[in-house]
Design a protein. Structure first.
Ligand code: T68
Length: 840
């Protein structure tokens, strides 16, 4: 019998017929009908919308395959160095439209589908997106995969194939209601499972010393449990290139051999139960952003996907006969935050225990291979694992971490003698209470490079959160300002603007976003400005129609669309936006004839299910909306809309529709932000603080084209140091007092003074995120926004300049910087071979 995962060479490779995978409208039509029949198994008269979607998706996937397989083959033959991007989250968004754009057949596909009498846009909408991430961090990983492929960088994304992604959000009575995201319900046409490349992951148990055949002292790990990891591969085609890389997501399954004991003892039930326990591992994404919870299953998920991925990389080398001593020459492994940081210990373990490499060599390989990106300054988001949990699940890793720590602390003692405080601050083990493993410290010690995600954030890491590490290893630190892919967030989501821009400056900007600067030449062209405005208005009209359908609210598309769309979190300060709305409402109530620039306030975003205050903020937004939207005194000048279930698919409709983008986090809290970039690219102006990448956006677009308000980071530190008293701001600012009083007195809760009390008292007596301190500055700035919007010609100029100056924020630029400074990986061109005919 042959081993199931051994390749067997057979008669000449693949047959790629033009008829099957050609790109013309006619061929696309034929392939679509063929797939409807042979894959979906349906005659057209009983086919559902989903059948049509699937038929089109398979038609597109077929056209990716030659590029995908050729890319893998090219990279293998050339022995390239590959980037492995390890991330617990990949928020990919829908694949269909994006792949059509990368293939360059969007228009052809649209024509083919339309000529078949179907609604192309409805088919695109049919796709259920894989919501395998919470927010910015997961979406960044997806943008980076797009850019790596588009830049021909040999790369692979490794993560977890959660059966249920981020929850679906509904709004009932103003409150968020969560339900499970059954994204795999109707099948996933983009993935190919590769059970023949499954690997095993050990969990629990204990370790033993033994002497190997060469008389060396070694350690082996006798696990309590073994889980299988099955890889599922999705092709990631670059934009207008032949490179198609892979997103490889791991799904947990029971290791059958492990059930044998139970089977043989006749305990069939326990054996099957074991199977469910294993499969629980990749069931669901933890719906938390910016908070660490210390749950056992989460640590199990982390070791699971990290171990699978590292073993997979080793197998790739072993299959090619490359010695593992060259691991770091063949792979650059990027840790997307600390979620994969256990890779430091796992890579050491695999190299030493499984492959017999000595500690010093293994340590050199590990450090040269790994690099770490930090995404947060919030203390509650820094991961640490309780010792009890850690030692039970990962006994061998703990031993390795102790040894790393002991050598590391020796190093510190040499460089900073007699500094015990420093030793305890830096130790990989937090000795307080039950004792914890500090994952950020592990990542810093085990990596050769550490980066933040915006200039300010990287500075704050050095000065504050990772200051000791910066003093020890200054050479490891750098900044890599985030970027986003213009393919998805301009070309796909804003075809009208894309066409206008391309009609003026050609389409080179899609791969070289700096070319958008050429638009500046048209700022003084009145016709161009008119077209720019017409497009924005048409997009706003579409969103207005959607809002009417879903929320039942009439909004005026000529009003200023003021949008805040992101996860709901106190530090992001959605409630500051609400304080502004109520301020305007109070002005109207005081004088119904007061001049108000008509505005539509639009919010979107999910709150972590266990985050009470964030959920209360959603309730507040909806409650304020109920009052404001229905008060005849308002005369429809203000509308407040909460759009439920904000996800990538929906975000693509939202970014192009904004006039004003709200980026109003407290300075020093938002690591970068990426929504800020997506809005601005699409011609939105920004109101924002000097936080995260806002600082750099403002530098690029020019201070005069950016609505800046609020305290700076040093001012925040200073104010907190001298003792911040929010109540003082409340007492001394009558407008602010009136706003808070209206909430507190039940003005948005039918007289119920309890409902919003937790929010009100937090603001008055704690206010960690300094809303009250920033209130007046925000209101003044918003008044300038309203004034500016009245001059539409001027506003349009600013809008054009904002788009034109966003070149820096393409994820292509970010990836080039990672390649040059951290990964040392070079582009590799992929050439498609001639079609191969059967038997030749
Ligand atoms: C975000 N972080 C940052 N975290 O908040 C944002 N965290 O400023 C930045 O632009 C973005 O990362 C990309 O760098 C997150 O999105 C999470 O989603 C998260 C998830 C689980 C645990 C902790």
């Amino acid at each position: 019998q042959t081993v199931p995962n051994q390749p067997i060479e057979c008669v000449p490779t693949v047959v790629v017929e033009d008829d099957r995978t050609g790109l013309s409208v006619e061929t696309l039509k034929r392939a679509f009908q063929d797939n409807l029949f042979y894959i979906q198994g349906k005659f057209a008269n009983i086919a559902t919308q989903n059948d049509y979607y699937m038929a089109l998706a398979y038609t597109v996937r077929d056209r990716l395959l030659r590029r995908w397989l050729t890319t893998a083959e090219t990279h293998t033959h050339q022995g390239v160095r590959t980037v492995a991007y390890l991330s617990a989250e990949f928020l990919m968004g829908p694949h269909l439209g994006n792949n059509l754009i990368s293939l360059g057949i969007y228009d052809e596909a649209k024509q083919a589908i339309t000529e078949l009498g179907l609604d192309f846009d409805a088919l695109l909408q049919q796709e259920e997106e894989p919501g395998l991430g919470n927010g910015g961090l997961g979406r960044l990983a997806a943008c980076y995969l797009d850019s790596m492929a588009s830049l021909d960088i040999p790369s692979i994304g490794y993560g977890i194939r959660y059966e249920f992604g981020i929850f679906d959000q509904d709004i009932r009575d103003g409150w968020q209601i969560e339900s499970t995201d059954k994204w795999l319900r109707y099948g996933n046409p983009w993935e190919i499972s590769r059970p023949e490349w499954a690997v095993e992951v050990k969990l629990g148990g204990h370790t033993e010393r033994y002497t190997d055949e060469n008389g060396r002292n070694r350690t082996r790990w006798i696990p309590h449990e073994v889980v299988m990891g099955i890889p599922y591969d999705t092709p990631i085609l670059g934009y207008k290139t032949n490179t198609a890389t892979t997103l490889r997501l791991w799904s947990a399954a029971a290791a059958e051999s492990f059930d044998f004991a139970a089977f043989n003892s006749g305990d069939y039930f326990r054996a099957v139960q074991q199977k469910t326990v294993s499969e629980t591992l990749t069931k669901v994404l933890y719906p938390n952003d910016e908070s660490a919870q210390g749950k056992k299953l989460r640590l199990a998920q982390q070791i699971f996907f990290v171990s699978c991925s590292l073993q997979d990389m080793m197998l790739i080398l072993i299959r090619q006969g490359i010695p593992l001593e060259q691991f770091h020459e063949k792979f650059a492994v990027q840790l997307n935050d600390t979620h994969p940081a256990i890779a430091v210990a796992e890579l050491m373990r695999l190299l030493m225990d499984e492959h017999g490499i000595e500690w010093d060599t293994a340590w050199r390989i590990t450090q040269k291979t790994l690099s770490y990106t930090n995404h947060t300054l919030l203390p509650e988001a820094l991961e640490r694992w309780g010792m009890g949990l850690f030692s039970t699940l990962l006994p061998r890793h703990l031993e390795i971490i102790y040894e790393i720590n002991s050598q590391f602390l020796d190093d510190i003692r040499r460089k900073f003698p007699n500094d015990d405080a420093r030793l305890s601050r830096m130790s990989l083990i937090d000795e307080a209470g039950e004792r914890y493993v500090r994952m950020a410290h592990l990542a810093c010690v085990g990596s050769h490079a550490i980066n933040g995600v915006a200039a300010l954030h990287s500075e704050l890491l050095k000065q504050d959160v990772l200051r000791d590490f910066y003093e020890l290893y200054p050479e490891k630190f750098s900044n890599k300002t985030n970027g986003v892919t213009p393919r998805r967030f301009m070309v796909l989501s804003n075809p009208r603007l894309t066409n206008l821009i391309t009609s003026k400056i050609g389409d080179g900007w899609i791969k070289h976003l700096d070319d958008l600067r050429k638009l500046e030449a048209f700022v003084e062209d009145a016709d161009f400005r008119q077209q720019w405005r017409d497009i924005k208005l048409a997009i706003k009209q579409d969103l207005a129609t959607y809002i009417k359908q879903v929320n039942g609210i009439d909004v005026d598309p000529t009003s200023l669309f003021d949008i805040q769309a992101k996860r709901i979190h106190e530090y992001k300060r959605q409630h500051l936006d609400v304080l502004h709305i109520i301020t305007l409402y109070n002005r109207i109530k005081a004088n119904p004839d007061v001049h108000i620039t008509p505005r539509t306030f639009i919010f979107g975003g999910k709150a972590a299910p266990g985050y009470f205050m964030a959920k209360l903020i959603i309730k507040l937004i909806n409650s304020v909306g109920d009052v404001v939207n229905n008060d005849p005194d308002v005369r429809d000048r203000l509308k407040v809309v909460f759009l439920k279930d904000y996800n990538v698919k929906f975000a693509q409709r939202v970014y192009p529709a904004a006039d004003l983008s709200e980026q109003i986090s407290l300075a020093g809290k938002e690591a970068s932000g990426t929504g800020n970039m997506k809005f601005s690219m699409n011609g939105s102006l920004t109101i924002g603080t000097l936080d995260g990448a806002n600082v750099e956006i403002r530098d690029e677009v020019g201070a005069e084209n950016f609505f800046l308000f609020g305290l700076t980071t040093p001012e925040v530190y200073e104010l907190k140091a001298k003792g911040y008293n929010p109540y003082h701001y409340y007492e001394s600012n009558p407008a602010l007092k009136a706003v808070i009083d209206r909430i507190a007195s039940g003005g948005f809760s039918n007289g119920d003074t309890n409902l919003f009390n937790p929010l009100v008292s937090t603001l008055l007596y704690k206010d960690d995120y300094l809303l009250l301190a920033d209130y007046q500055s925000y209101i003044d700035c918003q008044d300038r926004v309203s004034q500016t919007y009245l001059d539409q010609e001027y506003w349009t100029r600013l809008s054009i300049l904002n788009s034109a100056r966003m070149g820096k924020f393409s994820s292509d630029r970010s990836i080039r910087e990672y390649c040059e400074d951290i990964w040392y990986v070079k582009p590799v061109a992929v050439e498609l071979k001639e079609y191969v005919q059967a038997g030749t």
